[in-house]
Design a binder for this molecule. Structure first.
Ligand code: AMP
Length: 431
């Protein structure tokens, strides 16, 4: 199928061709005609599937079809809500890219940037607003924006907005938008909580599912390295150095962990930057820019900061810590193997995390191959007992194991075989 067959106008086909896209991705093939028809859509599509273009292209077309060039100032006709600033920047960029031959104007409204500048831009008027919920609420309270003219609402990465606790803000924003509208909901996973949100936000939606729920992309090869925690950093430096990797996204659990690993990798001579929520927006943009341009080899990121990162053909993703929520594993490795390119996702798993690995494999319904010989002492990743589970989070419906007593193979204490070898016996890290 070609983009022409989807019913897009010449202005959009030209912009798509300028991007070098030849064939629409599966989510684009399914969602674009439905959105052009005016249907509400509930799409289960993870990042990397081409989902942004699948709603941006038809949204631009529908707005352009009945736009009034004499309307001054412009009214907000489409609102796209996203969970993070980085994703907002990417969606905004996509609108500029795909809409470059159309007379439509977009603004991005996100935290971490000057509210005064955004206020002036909003008051000048625009057709499309891409926003994170918190900052949009600030503007609504200050009456800088009026949502009563919105015709199309997009909730992008809705599962993450739920995870991040944005649902009350999203509900409040939705109550200010006319009920008579087109609504599109995109989510990497579609748990019951998302279905409930869809039932309240969408009108007779068509469900579009492009990858199996809880499935990872086929073109990503996954591996687990069983390794004691204290050797993880050494193994990571070794893998990067010996394989001459050029662009590696490394996930850690905490902001503090991100800073620490950044420092250690720099000490190992690897150009590294960290991306997390405590960094200023300027520092986050700089880290991302350096990573994209190849000035740094490694970007160490927390889940939230990395959400929605769109880096073309990112070849390597490393889980330095396994995620606490199994679904995040799918989000994380979705950064690689995008739009057909192949990628590699490695997880450095210590015995204390074996139960997390078991949860991930249960979700994936398959085992991730394990590298037997890491060059370090072999560790067992066998889970002896089920971890104590907390009740599913009421807001997200997800199981969350944070703050529970972690089960380890050996009741939390390293077994004899896992104890560090005498100094000198461990593998040397290649520089
Ligand atoms: P997304 O899932 O929206 O994050 O998109 C992932 C990546 O795929 C982005 O870098 C897009 O530029 C790229 N992309 C989107 N649609 C296509 C297409 N039809 N052909 C090739 N690349 C695409």
């Amino acid at each position: 199928m070609s983009f022409e067959q989807l019913g897009l106008t010449v202005e959009l086909l030209k912009a798509v061709a300028e991007q070098g896209y030849i064939t629409p991705t599966p989510v684009q093939q399914k969602a674009i005609p439905l959105i052009l028809e005016g249907r509400d859509v509930l799409a289960g599509a993870q990042t990397g599937t081409g989902k942004t273009a699948s709603f941006t292209l038809p949204l631009l077309q529908r707005l352009a079809e009945n736009s009034d060039p004499h309307q001054k100032p412009r009214r907000v006709r489409a609102l796209i809500l996203v969970p993070t600033r980085e994703l907002a920047a990417q969606v905004y960029e996509s609108i500029l890219t795909y809409g470059k031959h159309l007379p439509l104007h977009a603004e991005a409204v996100v935290g971490g940037s000057s509210i005064g500048v955004q206020t002036r831009q909003l008051r000048r008027g625009c057709d499309i607003v891409v926003a994170t919920p918190g900052r949009l609420i600030d503007h609504l309270q200050q009456r800088n924006i009026n949502l009563s003219t919105v015709e199309i609402l997009v909730l992008d990465e809705a599962d993450r907005m739920l995870d991040m606790g944005f649902m009350p803000d999203v509900q409040r924003i939705m109550s200010l938008i006319p009920k008579q509208r087109q609504s599109l909901l995109f989510s990497a996973t579609v748990p019951d909580t998302i279905k409930a949100l869809a039932a309240s936000a969408l009108n007779n939606p068509v469900a579009v599912e492009v990858a199996r729920q809880n499935a990872t992309a086929d073109n990503v090869s996954e591996l687990v390295y069983g390794i004691n925690r204290e050797y993880k950093r050494e193994l990571l430096s070794y893998l990067i150095g010996s394989n001459n990797w050029r662009q590696v996204l490394v996930f850690v659990r905490t902001k503090h962990g991100a800073d620490r690993l950044e420092k250690q990798l720099i000490e190992d001579g690897i150009r590294t930057a960290a991306l997390h929520g405590d960094k200023t927006q300027g520092a986050r943009n700089k880290a991302l820019e350096y990573f994209k341009s190849g000035k740094v080899t490694v970007l160490v990121a927390t889940d939230i900061a990395a959400r929605g990162l769109d880096i073309d053909e990112l070849p390597h993703v490393v889980n330095f810590d396994l995620p606490q929520v199994p679904e995040d594993y799918i989000h994380r490795i979705g950064r690689t193997g995008r739009a057909g390119s192949s990628g590699q996702a490695l997880s450095l798993v210590c015995p204390e995390e074996s139960w997390l690995l078991a949860e991930i494999e249960k979700l994936l319904k398959r085992q991730i191959p394990c590298v037997a010989d890491t060059g370090y002492e072999p560790v067992s990743l066998k889970v002896m007992d089920a971890p104590k589970k907390r009740a599913p989070d009421k807001a997200t419906g997800k199981k969350d194991y944070r703050h529970t007593k972690k089960n380890t193979t050996h009741g939390g204490k390293p077994a004899q075989s896992e104890k560090r070898k005498p100094h000198g016996e461990k593998r040397k890290v290649k520089k």
